[in-house]
Design a protein around this ligand. Structure first.
Ligand code: F0G
Length: 450
Protein backbone atom coordinates (compact mmCIF):
# COMPACT_ATOMS: atom_id res chain seq x y z
CA UNK A 1 0.00 0.00 0.00
CA UNK A 2 2.70 2.45 1.10
CA UNK A 3 4.47 1.95 -2.22
CA UNK A 4 1.33 2.40 -4.28
CA UNK A 5 0.08 5.81 -3.23
CA UNK A 6 -1.50 7.93 -5.96
CA UNK A 7 0.46 11.16 -6.49
CA UNK A 8 -2.54 13.32 -7.51
CA UNK A 9 -6.26 13.81 -7.04
CA UNK A 10 -8.92 15.01 -9.47
CA UNK A 11 -9.88 18.71 -9.59
CA UNK A 12 -11.70 19.03 -12.92
CA UNK A 13 -14.02 16.39 -14.39
CA UNK A 14 -15.11 15.76 -17.96
CA UNK A 15 -18.44 13.93 -18.46
CA UNK A 16 -18.40 10.77 -20.55
CA UNK A 17 -21.18 8.33 -21.39
CA UNK A 18 -21.71 4.79 -22.57
CA UNK A 19 -24.07 4.62 -25.56
CA UNK A 20 -26.53 1.72 -25.80
CA UNK A 21 -25.18 -1.28 -27.76
CA UNK A 22 -27.50 -0.73 -30.75
CA UNK A 23 -26.23 2.84 -31.08
CA UNK A 24 -22.62 1.67 -30.94
CA UNK A 25 -23.33 -0.82 -33.73
CA UNK A 26 -24.77 1.93 -35.89
CA UNK A 27 -21.92 4.35 -35.19
CA UNK A 28 -19.27 1.75 -35.97
CA UNK A 29 -20.89 0.83 -39.27
CA UNK A 30 -21.13 4.50 -40.23
CA UNK A 31 -17.44 4.88 -39.35
CA UNK A 32 -16.49 2.20 -41.88
CA UNK A 33 -15.25 0.03 -38.99
CA UNK A 34 -12.36 2.45 -38.58
CA UNK A 35 -12.19 3.74 -35.02
CA UNK A 36 -10.43 6.94 -36.12
CA UNK A 37 -13.76 7.90 -37.73
CA UNK A 38 -15.75 7.74 -34.48
CA UNK A 39 -16.77 10.85 -32.57
CA UNK A 40 -15.24 11.31 -29.14
CA UNK A 41 -18.68 11.71 -27.56
CA UNK A 42 -19.65 8.23 -28.75
CA UNK A 43 -16.80 6.66 -26.80
CA UNK A 44 -16.82 5.61 -23.17
CA UNK A 45 -13.11 4.94 -22.58
CA UNK A 46 -10.69 6.26 -25.18
CA UNK A 47 -7.45 4.30 -25.37
CA UNK A 48 -6.73 5.19 -29.00
CA UNK A 49 -3.57 7.02 -28.02
CA UNK A 50 -1.56 8.44 -25.15
CA UNK A 51 -0.63 11.36 -27.42
CA UNK A 52 -1.96 14.78 -26.46
CA UNK A 53 -4.68 13.13 -24.37
CA UNK A 54 -3.18 13.61 -20.91
CA UNK A 55 -4.52 15.77 -18.09
CA UNK A 56 -2.49 18.86 -17.29
CA UNK A 57 -1.56 19.71 -13.72
CA UNK A 58 -2.62 22.84 -11.83
CA UNK A 59 0.92 24.15 -12.34
CA UNK A 60 0.55 23.71 -16.09
CA UNK A 61 -2.83 25.46 -16.14
CA UNK A 62 -1.36 28.30 -14.12
CA UNK A 63 1.57 28.56 -16.56
CA UNK A 64 -0.93 28.64 -19.42
CA UNK A 65 -2.45 31.84 -18.03
CA UNK A 66 0.98 33.43 -18.03
CA UNK A 67 1.69 32.48 -21.63
CA UNK A 68 3.43 35.29 -23.51
CA UNK A 69 1.97 35.51 -27.00
CA UNK A 70 4.67 37.76 -28.48
CA UNK A 71 5.47 36.71 -32.04
CA UNK A 72 9.20 36.98 -31.42
CA UNK A 73 11.24 36.63 -28.24
CA UNK A 74 8.37 35.35 -26.08
CA UNK A 75 9.04 34.81 -22.35
CA UNK A 76 7.29 31.46 -22.66
CA UNK A 77 9.80 30.38 -25.30
CA UNK A 78 12.63 31.23 -22.90
CA UNK A 79 11.02 29.07 -20.21
CA UNK A 80 10.56 26.24 -22.71
CA UNK A 81 14.16 26.57 -23.87
CA UNK A 82 15.49 26.45 -20.28
CA UNK A 83 13.57 23.24 -19.61
CA UNK A 84 14.55 21.52 -22.88
CA UNK A 85 18.20 22.53 -22.42
CA UNK A 86 18.21 21.25 -18.86
CA UNK A 87 16.78 17.87 -19.88
CA UNK A 88 18.61 17.28 -23.15
CA UNK A 89 21.79 19.34 -22.79
CA UNK A 90 21.46 19.96 -26.55
CA UNK A 91 22.43 23.48 -27.63
CA UNK A 92 20.17 24.12 -30.65
CA UNK A 93 16.44 23.79 -30.14
CA UNK A 94 13.48 24.43 -32.44
CA UNK A 95 9.88 24.21 -31.20
CA UNK A 96 7.38 22.46 -33.48
CA UNK A 97 3.65 21.89 -33.27
CA UNK A 98 4.15 18.14 -32.78
CA UNK A 99 6.63 15.31 -33.25
CA UNK A 100 6.09 14.62 -36.92
CA UNK A 101 6.78 18.24 -37.83
CA UNK A 102 10.18 17.92 -36.12
CA UNK A 103 10.75 14.67 -38.05
CA UNK A 104 9.79 16.21 -41.35
CA UNK A 105 12.05 19.23 -40.88
CA UNK A 106 14.98 17.06 -39.80
CA UNK A 107 14.68 14.52 -42.60
CA UNK A 108 14.03 17.11 -45.28
CA UNK A 109 17.25 18.90 -44.26
CA UNK A 110 19.50 15.95 -43.40
CA UNK A 111 18.61 13.17 -45.84
CA UNK A 112 20.07 12.58 -49.25
CA UNK A 113 17.71 10.51 -51.43
CA UNK A 114 18.49 6.81 -51.51
CA UNK A 115 20.33 6.74 -48.17
CA UNK A 116 19.39 4.45 -45.32
CA UNK A 117 18.07 5.45 -41.92
CA UNK A 118 18.39 2.68 -39.33
CA UNK A 119 16.36 2.24 -36.16
CA UNK A 120 15.38 -0.15 -33.38
CA UNK A 121 11.89 0.40 -34.95
CA UNK A 122 10.31 3.45 -36.49
CA UNK A 123 6.93 4.85 -35.59
CA UNK A 124 4.59 4.98 -38.60
CA UNK A 125 4.81 8.75 -39.21
CA UNK A 126 8.60 8.65 -38.83
CA UNK A 127 8.91 5.89 -41.40
CA UNK A 128 6.54 7.74 -43.74
CA UNK A 129 8.47 11.01 -43.34
CA UNK A 130 11.77 9.29 -44.18
CA UNK A 131 10.22 7.75 -47.28
CA UNK A 132 8.67 11.09 -48.27
CA UNK A 133 12.17 12.63 -48.13
CA UNK A 134 13.62 9.88 -50.34
CA UNK A 135 15.30 7.91 -47.54
CA UNK A 136 15.14 4.17 -46.89
CA UNK A 137 14.00 3.29 -43.37
CA UNK A 138 15.22 -0.03 -41.95
CA UNK A 139 14.16 -1.54 -38.60
CA UNK A 140 16.78 -3.54 -36.71
CA UNK A 141 14.98 -4.59 -33.51
CA UNK A 142 16.52 -6.95 -31.00
CA UNK A 143 15.56 -10.58 -31.82
CA UNK A 144 14.30 -10.84 -28.21
CA UNK A 145 11.43 -8.56 -29.15
CA UNK A 146 9.96 -11.13 -31.49
CA UNK A 147 9.09 -13.44 -28.60
CA UNK A 148 5.91 -11.96 -27.09
CA UNK A 149 6.24 -13.96 -23.86
CA UNK A 150 9.89 -13.79 -22.78
CA UNK A 151 10.14 -11.73 -19.62
CA UNK A 152 13.21 -9.72 -20.64
CA UNK A 153 13.85 -6.20 -19.33
CA UNK A 154 14.80 -4.32 -22.53
CA UNK A 155 13.03 -5.77 -25.52
CA UNK A 156 13.03 -2.37 -27.22
CA UNK A 157 16.79 -2.55 -27.86
CA UNK A 158 18.41 -2.22 -31.25
CA UNK A 159 20.15 -5.31 -32.59
CA UNK A 160 23.76 -4.11 -32.31
CA UNK A 161 25.20 -7.02 -34.30
CA UNK A 162 22.73 -6.45 -37.11
CA UNK A 163 23.62 -2.74 -37.04
CA UNK A 164 27.33 -3.47 -37.44
CA UNK A 165 26.66 -6.01 -40.17
CA UNK A 166 24.43 -3.55 -42.04
CA UNK A 167 27.06 -0.81 -41.91
CA UNK A 168 29.77 -3.25 -43.05
CA UNK A 169 27.63 -4.50 -45.93
CA UNK A 170 26.31 -1.20 -47.31
CA UNK A 171 29.15 1.10 -46.28
CA UNK A 172 28.91 3.90 -43.73
CA UNK A 173 28.52 6.52 -46.45
CA UNK A 174 25.18 4.98 -47.42
CA UNK A 175 23.73 5.50 -43.95
CA UNK A 176 22.37 8.95 -43.31
CA UNK A 177 21.38 8.50 -39.70
CA UNK A 178 20.49 6.15 -36.86
CA UNK A 179 17.30 6.81 -34.89
CA UNK A 180 16.66 5.16 -31.53
CA UNK A 181 12.99 5.24 -30.51
CA UNK A 182 12.66 5.30 -26.71
CA UNK A 183 10.48 3.60 -25.65
CA UNK A 184 9.98 1.50 -28.76
CA UNK A 185 6.34 2.18 -29.63
CA UNK A 186 5.84 -0.22 -32.53
CA UNK A 187 7.67 -2.92 -30.54
CA UNK A 188 5.01 -2.96 -27.84
CA UNK A 189 6.32 0.12 -26.06
CA UNK A 190 9.38 -1.76 -24.80
CA UNK A 191 12.25 0.15 -23.22
CA UNK A 192 15.78 0.49 -24.54
CA UNK A 193 18.63 -0.05 -22.06
CA UNK A 194 21.32 2.50 -21.36
CA UNK A 195 23.85 -0.17 -22.26
CA UNK A 196 22.25 -0.52 -25.70
CA UNK A 197 22.11 3.24 -26.24
CA UNK A 198 25.80 3.49 -25.26
CA UNK A 199 26.71 0.68 -27.66
CA UNK A 200 24.74 2.18 -30.57
CA UNK A 201 26.26 5.60 -29.83
CA UNK A 202 29.77 4.17 -29.93
CA UNK A 203 29.13 2.50 -33.29
CA UNK A 204 27.52 5.67 -34.66
CA UNK A 205 30.41 7.88 -33.52
CA UNK A 206 32.99 5.36 -34.72
CA UNK A 207 31.49 5.50 -38.21
CA UNK A 208 30.67 9.20 -38.28
CA UNK A 209 26.92 8.50 -38.54
CA UNK A 210 24.64 10.93 -36.65
CA UNK A 211 22.50 9.37 -33.91
CA UNK A 212 19.12 10.93 -33.12
CA UNK A 213 16.76 9.92 -30.32
CA UNK A 214 13.02 9.77 -31.00
CA UNK A 215 12.38 10.98 -27.49
CA UNK A 216 8.57 11.04 -27.14
CA UNK A 217 8.66 8.68 -24.19
CA UNK A 218 12.18 9.26 -22.88
CA UNK A 219 10.96 9.77 -19.30
CA UNK A 220 9.18 6.40 -19.22
CA UNK A 221 12.27 4.83 -20.78
CA UNK A 222 14.53 6.37 -18.13
CA UNK A 223 12.21 5.09 -15.41
CA UNK A 224 12.57 1.55 -16.78
CA UNK A 225 16.36 1.97 -16.87
CA UNK A 226 16.29 3.02 -13.23
CA UNK A 227 14.05 0.09 -12.28
CA UNK A 228 15.69 -2.63 -14.33
CA UNK A 229 19.29 -1.86 -15.24
CA UNK A 230 22.16 -2.85 -13.03
CA UNK A 231 23.69 0.09 -11.19
CA UNK A 232 20.98 2.60 -12.23
CA UNK A 233 18.58 2.22 -9.27
CA UNK A 234 19.79 5.30 -7.38
CA UNK A 235 19.75 7.73 -10.29
CA UNK A 236 16.96 10.24 -10.92
CA UNK A 237 15.09 9.80 -14.23
CA UNK A 238 16.30 13.30 -15.17
CA UNK A 239 19.91 12.27 -14.72
CA UNK A 240 19.38 9.15 -16.84
CA UNK A 241 17.63 11.10 -19.59
CA UNK A 242 20.47 13.60 -19.62
CA UNK A 243 22.94 10.79 -20.15
CA UNK A 244 20.80 9.34 -22.96
CA UNK A 245 20.76 12.68 -24.79
CA UNK A 246 24.49 13.17 -24.18
CA UNK A 247 25.09 10.02 -26.23
CA UNK A 248 23.24 11.42 -29.24
CA UNK A 249 23.68 14.15 -31.82
CA UNK A 250 20.12 15.31 -31.48
CA UNK A 251 16.51 14.35 -30.94
CA UNK A 252 12.98 14.74 -32.20
CA UNK A 253 10.27 14.89 -29.59
CA UNK A 254 6.52 14.74 -29.55
CA UNK A 255 5.83 16.62 -26.31
CA UNK A 256 2.25 15.26 -26.48
CA UNK A 257 3.59 12.24 -24.62
CA UNK A 258 6.32 12.83 -22.04
CA UNK A 259 5.87 16.59 -22.25
CA UNK A 260 2.41 16.19 -20.69
CA UNK A 261 1.10 18.64 -23.27
CA UNK A 262 -2.00 18.48 -25.42
CA UNK A 263 0.08 19.74 -28.33
CA UNK A 264 3.75 20.45 -29.01
CA UNK A 265 7.11 19.06 -29.92
CA UNK A 266 10.66 20.00 -30.69
CA UNK A 267 13.79 19.26 -32.66
CA UNK A 268 17.16 19.63 -30.97
CA UNK A 269 20.73 19.04 -32.12
CA UNK A 270 24.43 19.79 -31.75
CA UNK A 271 25.32 20.57 -35.38
CA UNK A 272 25.06 24.30 -35.97
CA UNK A 273 25.00 24.09 -39.76
CA UNK A 274 22.21 21.53 -39.76
CA UNK A 275 20.36 23.67 -37.22
CA UNK A 276 20.55 26.69 -39.52
CA UNK A 277 19.05 24.70 -42.40
CA UNK A 278 16.33 23.31 -40.15
CA UNK A 279 15.56 26.77 -38.78
CA UNK A 280 14.97 28.12 -42.24
CA UNK A 281 12.71 25.22 -43.04
CA UNK A 282 10.87 25.75 -39.74
CA UNK A 283 10.09 29.35 -40.69
CA UNK A 284 8.76 28.12 -44.03
CA UNK A 285 6.41 25.44 -42.69
CA UNK A 286 5.80 26.02 -38.95
CA UNK A 287 6.55 29.55 -37.82
CA UNK A 288 9.16 31.87 -36.37
CA UNK A 289 11.86 30.01 -34.36
CA UNK A 290 10.57 31.29 -31.01
CA UNK A 291 7.14 29.69 -31.39
CA UNK A 292 7.33 27.13 -34.18
CA UNK A 293 3.63 26.44 -34.69
CA UNK A 294 2.66 26.77 -31.02
CA UNK A 295 0.96 29.46 -28.98
CA UNK A 296 3.06 31.04 -26.23
CA UNK A 297 0.72 29.43 -23.70
CA UNK A 298 1.46 25.96 -25.12
CA UNK A 299 5.19 26.56 -24.71
CA UNK A 300 4.59 27.74 -21.14
CA UNK A 301 2.61 24.59 -20.27
CA UNK A 302 5.29 22.38 -21.83
CA UNK A 303 8.06 24.10 -19.88
CA UNK A 304 6.31 22.77 -16.77
CA UNK A 305 5.04 19.44 -18.17
CA UNK A 306 8.40 18.28 -19.48
CA UNK A 307 9.75 18.53 -15.93
CA UNK A 308 6.71 16.93 -14.26
CA UNK A 309 7.00 13.91 -16.56
CA UNK A 310 10.39 13.13 -14.99
CA UNK A 311 9.05 13.07 -11.42
CA UNK A 312 9.80 9.56 -10.12
CA UNK A 313 6.50 9.33 -8.17
CA UNK A 314 4.49 10.33 -11.22
CA UNK A 315 6.39 7.76 -13.32
CA UNK A 316 5.92 5.01 -10.72
CA UNK A 317 2.16 5.62 -10.80
CA UNK A 318 2.04 5.89 -14.59
CA UNK A 319 4.05 2.79 -15.45
CA UNK A 320 2.37 0.98 -12.53
CA UNK A 321 -1.10 1.66 -13.98
CA UNK A 322 -0.12 0.18 -17.33
CA UNK A 323 1.37 -2.84 -15.57
CA UNK A 324 -1.75 -3.30 -13.44
CA UNK A 325 -3.92 -3.53 -16.54
CA UNK A 326 -1.54 -5.95 -18.26
CA UNK A 327 -1.42 -8.21 -15.21
CA UNK A 328 -5.23 -8.36 -14.85
CA UNK A 329 -5.60 -9.22 -18.54
CA UNK A 330 -2.93 -11.88 -18.39
CA UNK A 331 -4.51 -13.46 -15.30
CA UNK A 332 -7.79 -13.58 -17.23
CA UNK A 333 -6.19 -15.53 -20.06
CA UNK A 334 -6.06 -12.65 -22.54
CA UNK A 335 -2.78 -12.87 -24.53
CA UNK A 336 -0.80 -9.67 -24.00
CA UNK A 337 2.73 -8.84 -25.06
CA UNK A 338 5.02 -9.41 -22.08
CA UNK A 339 6.34 -7.57 -20.20
CA UNK A 340 4.05 -4.53 -20.62
CA UNK A 341 5.62 -1.34 -21.95
CA UNK A 342 5.45 2.13 -20.46
CA UNK A 343 2.45 3.69 -22.16
CA UNK A 344 0.23 0.89 -23.38
CA UNK A 345 -0.81 -2.72 -23.11
CA UNK A 346 -0.57 -4.57 -26.42
CA UNK A 347 -3.18 -7.31 -26.75
CA UNK A 348 -1.94 -9.99 -29.13
CA UNK A 349 -4.90 -10.34 -31.47
CA UNK A 350 -2.99 -12.91 -33.55
CA UNK A 351 -3.06 -15.31 -30.58
CA UNK A 352 -6.44 -14.13 -29.29
CA UNK A 353 -8.15 -14.78 -32.64
CA UNK A 354 -5.98 -17.52 -34.23
CA UNK A 355 -8.71 -18.37 -36.73
CA UNK A 356 -8.29 -14.95 -38.43
CA UNK A 357 -5.27 -14.66 -40.75
CA UNK A 358 -3.19 -11.42 -40.90
CA UNK A 359 -4.73 -10.66 -44.32
CA UNK A 360 -8.11 -10.50 -42.61
CA UNK A 361 -6.94 -8.03 -39.95
CA UNK A 362 -7.44 -9.78 -36.60
CA UNK A 363 -6.37 -6.61 -34.73
CA UNK A 364 -8.91 -4.47 -36.52
CA UNK A 365 -11.60 -7.08 -35.85
CA UNK A 366 -10.75 -7.15 -32.14
CA UNK A 367 -10.58 -3.36 -31.86
CA UNK A 368 -14.09 -3.17 -33.37
CA UNK A 369 -15.37 -5.81 -30.94
CA UNK A 370 -13.95 -3.84 -28.04
CA UNK A 371 -15.93 -0.81 -29.08
CA UNK A 372 -19.11 -2.86 -29.57
CA UNK A 373 -18.66 -4.62 -26.24
CA UNK A 374 -17.63 -1.76 -23.98
CA UNK A 375 -17.61 1.52 -25.89
CA UNK A 376 -13.80 1.32 -25.64
CA UNK A 377 -11.61 2.70 -28.42
CA UNK A 378 -8.16 1.22 -29.04
CA UNK A 379 -5.84 1.22 -32.03
CA UNK A 380 -4.70 -1.56 -34.28
CA UNK A 381 -0.94 -1.97 -34.68
CA UNK A 382 -0.79 -4.85 -37.10
CA UNK A 383 -1.44 -5.59 -40.74
CA UNK A 384 -3.97 -2.76 -41.11
CA UNK A 385 -1.40 -0.18 -39.96
CA UNK A 386 1.86 -1.71 -41.14
CA UNK A 387 0.80 -3.97 -44.03
CA UNK A 388 3.04 -6.94 -44.68
CA UNK A 389 5.80 -5.46 -42.53
CA UNK A 390 3.71 -6.11 -39.40
CA UNK A 391 5.47 -8.56 -37.12
CA UNK A 392 2.52 -8.82 -34.74
CA UNK A 393 -1.22 -8.31 -34.83
CA UNK A 394 -1.65 -5.98 -31.88
CA UNK A 395 -4.53 -4.05 -30.41
CA UNK A 396 -2.87 -1.29 -28.44
CA UNK A 397 -4.58 -0.09 -25.28
CA UNK A 398 -2.75 3.22 -24.86
CA UNK A 399 -3.28 4.82 -21.47
CA UNK A 400 -3.63 8.62 -21.44
CA UNK A 401 -1.57 10.22 -18.68
CA UNK A 402 -3.36 11.08 -15.39
CA UNK A 403 -6.82 10.59 -16.98
CA UNK A 404 -8.44 7.27 -16.12
CA UNK A 405 -8.95 5.55 -12.77
CA UNK A 406 -8.70 1.89 -11.88
CA UNK A 407 -12.50 1.56 -12.34
CA UNK A 408 -12.14 2.54 -15.98
CA UNK A 409 -9.41 -0.03 -16.46
CA UNK A 410 -11.54 -2.68 -14.73
CA UNK A 411 -14.23 -2.02 -17.35
CA UNK A 412 -11.63 -2.68 -20.06
CA UNK A 413 -10.68 -6.00 -18.48
CA UNK A 414 -14.35 -7.00 -18.13
CA UNK A 415 -15.07 -6.19 -21.79
CA UNK A 416 -12.14 -8.26 -23.05
CA UNK A 417 -13.13 -11.18 -20.83
CA UNK A 418 -16.66 -11.12 -22.29
CA UNK A 419 -15.22 -10.99 -25.81
CA UNK A 420 -12.97 -13.97 -25.02
CA UNK A 421 -16.05 -16.05 -24.19
CA UNK A 422 -17.35 -15.69 -27.73
CA UNK A 423 -14.09 -15.28 -29.61
CA UNK A 424 -14.72 -18.17 -32.03
CA UNK A 425 -17.67 -16.32 -33.54
CA UNK A 426 -15.62 -13.17 -34.37
CA UNK A 427 -14.99 -12.70 -38.07
CA UNK A 428 -12.13 -11.05 -39.93
CA UNK A 429 -12.39 -7.83 -41.92
CA UNK A 430 -11.97 -6.76 -45.50
CA UNK A 431 -10.32 -3.47 -46.54
CA UNK A 432 -12.74 -1.62 -48.80
CA UNK A 433 -10.97 1.74 -49.14
CA UNK A 434 -7.53 3.11 -48.28
CA UNK A 435 -3.98 2.85 -49.62
CA UNK A 436 -0.43 3.96 -48.89
CA UNK A 437 1.71 3.89 -45.75
CA UNK A 438 -0.75 5.93 -43.68
CA UNK A 439 -3.89 4.19 -44.94
CA UNK A 440 -5.01 3.12 -41.46
CA UNK A 441 -6.02 6.67 -40.56
CA UNK A 442 -8.54 6.94 -43.37
CA UNK A 443 -9.29 3.33 -44.40
CA UNK A 444 -12.74 1.74 -44.42
CA UNK A 445 -13.40 -1.88 -43.57
CA UNK A 446 -16.26 -4.38 -43.68
CA UNK A 447 -16.75 -7.50 -41.57
CA UNK A 448 -16.36 -10.64 -43.67
CA UNK A 449 -19.53 -12.70 -44.08
CA UNK A 450 -19.92 -15.44 -41.43
N1 F0G B 1 7.50 8.95 -32.67
C1 F0G B 1 6.84 8.07 -31.88
C2 F0G B 1 7.58 6.95 -31.25
C3 F0G B 1 5.46 8.23 -31.69
O1 F0G B 1 4.82 7.36 -30.91
C4 F0G B 1 4.79 9.32 -32.29
C5 F0G B 1 3.36 9.49 -32.13
C6 F0G B 1 5.53 10.21 -33.09
C7 F0G B 1 6.89 9.99 -33.25
C8 F0G B 1 4.89 11.38 -33.79
O2 F0G B 1 4.53 12.36 -32.89
O3 F0G B 1 2.03 12.47 -33.08
O4 F0G B 1 3.34 14.36 -32.09
O5 F0G B 1 3.43 13.92 -34.51
N2 F0G B 1 2.63 8.64 -31.64
C9 F0G B 1 1.22 8.72 -31.36
C10 F0G B 1 0.74 7.35 -30.94
C11 F0G B 1 0.38 9.36 -32.39
O6 F0G B 1 -0.50 7.17 -30.87
O7 F0G B 1 1.55 6.49 -30.62
P1 F0G B 1 3.26 13.32 -33.16
Amino acid sequence: MEANWKPFRIKVVEPIRLLPRAERERKLKEAGYNLFNLQSEDIYIDLLTDSGTGAMSQAQWAALMEGDEAYAGSRSFEAFLDTVREITGLPYILPTHQGRAAEHILFSCALEPGKYVLSNSFFDTTRANIKACGGRPVDLPSPEALDPESDRPFKGNMDVEALEAFIAEKGKDQIAMIVLTVTNNTMAGQPVSLENIRAVSEIARGNGIPLFIDACRHAENSFFIRERELGQGDRAPLEISREVFSLADGCTMSAKKDGLGNIGGFLAMRDRKLFERCRERLILVEGFPTYGGLAGRDLAALAVGLREALDPEYLRDRVGQVRWLAERLRESGIPVYWPPGGHAVYVDAGRFLPHISPEEFPGQALACELYLEGGIRASEVGSAMLGREARFQFVRLAIPRRVYTREHLEAVVAALVRIAERRDSIRGMRLVAGAGPLRHFLARFEPLPG
